[in-house]
Ligand binder design. Structure first.
Ligand SMILES: *Cc1c(COP(=O)(O)O)cnc(C)c1O
Length: 225
């Protein structure tokens, strides 16, 4: 528990240094972590949590229903999970196919705020990763923006983790350029989600304003995900 507090403080300090006065959001990636660890971080002021699997998230959300947390889905989204995702998350960061858009829009409860959506881009063209091709971003973004129950907020990417530091920086800069291109079409968008435990300072330097941090915050995950 003391460890969690120390790691959160250390991340916040590094984030503030990299952000140099710009607002940068910290998403705590809590996949595989117990609800008790989320509760500790929530007591320290961390509100936004990211989960990769809808079912795993629902179980934790139930345990933590007394807390006002913001839940982000960051893992691949299947169409048969769109209903639960649209009901139980505040953000979907992994929208990467046209087919998901009408499903999320239809299942978002009318009495709730619009569901925040980021279009996930497969920026390094990795065969195994989710995300749309860079050429598809504009079409997907427009389709999200056309749905009243969805709110287009920006773009998300997971660069190739095996890439050199120089290649990763180039990737971050390409994402920034894509983001600025979409912002010219949709002036309301405000979030560029990139940067994880190993590379968040250089992502921030390239213009990320939401970083997704798991292991540097919670400690190493037991299973490889
Ligand atoms: C697991 C995960 C993270 C966090 O990764 P760490 O290296 O543990 O910080 C961020 N984004 C996505 C999409 C993830 O799946």
């Amino acid at each position: 528990m003391a460890d969690l507090a120390e790691r959160l403080n250390s991340i916040r300090t590094r984030l503030d240094t990299a952000a140099a006065g710009q607002p940068v959001h910290l998403l705590a990636v809590s996949k595989t972590q117990p609800a008790s660890a989320i509760r500790v971080l929530a007591a320290l002021g961390q509100r936004a949590f990211g989960e990769n699997y809808v079912q795993e998230a629902l179980a934790k959300q139930q345990e933590l229903s007394d807390l006002a947390l913001e839940w982000h889905l960051i893992g691949p989204l299947q169409s048969n999970k769109c209903k639960e995702a649209a009901i139980h998350f505040d953000w979907i960061q992994s929208l990467d196919r046209p087919k998901l858009i009408p499903l999320l829009a239809r299942f978002r409860p009318a009495e709730r705020e619009p569901l925040n959506v980021l279009v996930q881009v497969n920026i390094d063209d990795e065969a195994s990763k989710s995300g749309c091709a860079p050429e598809q971003v504009t079409g997907l973004a427009a389709a999200v923006a056309a749905e009243p129950s969805l709110r287009l907020r920006g773009l998300m990417a997971i660069p190739d983790p095996a890439a050199s530091e120089a290649k990763r920086q180039a990737t971050f800069r390409r994402m920034r350029a894509l983001f600025e291109g979409e912002r010219a079409r949709h002036p309301g968008i405000d979030i560029l989600s990139m940067g994880m435990s190993d590379d968040f300072p250089s992502a921030i330097e390239a213009g990320a304003n939401l970083v997704r941090i798991g292991s540097a915050l919670f400690g190493p995950r037991s299973s490889r995900q």
